[in-house]
Design a protein. Sequence first.
Length: 172
Amino acid sequence: MTPADIDAFIARAIAGEPMACARGCSWCCHQLVVLTCRDDARRILDTVRERLDAAGFAAFERQVREQAAAIAAIGHDAAQAGRWTCPLLRDGACLVYEVRPVACRSVFSPDAACCRAMMEADDFAGLTPAHQALATRIGERSFRLQVAINDRRPVDGAKELRQWLVELLDAT
Ligand code: SF4
Ligand code: SF4
């Protein structure tokens, strides 16, 4: 499935639901992102190469390598708890928005304030009951969409975005 196919599939699945999501809204961009498809990671890396100059790409590569090594050292859950900003977030917007991962494409919220609360709360228990209910709905729907999309295309293994990028960088 191309990014356009994935968007069309998701659009059919969520038809008619109110959404606050847009490029430049980025409360959801401070967490780890798991990809299951090598082609997605390759598309992202190619797009980063096109959009950054040599110095920018070198800085990006350094950051990705450092964070991938840190994830391997402390484990996925501890890194996730650290709420690291995604290395693809630039000036408040996704550098590769058109080809962003399925995990990002499948997260939709009708209320950016809830996403902000999720980002800022110490844990799930720190959210209001309304935000807890919405956060649960967002997470469950995203999971269902990702499973449905992965059922329709090759799955190469679950790896965090930074780890996929390092694998591809090492191979070039
Ligand atoms: S999921 Fe939330 S933070 Fe992310 S784009 Fe949508 S409204 Fe914004
Ligand atoms: S890939 Fe883009 S949309 Fe996904 S977390 Fe990173 S900056 Fe946000």
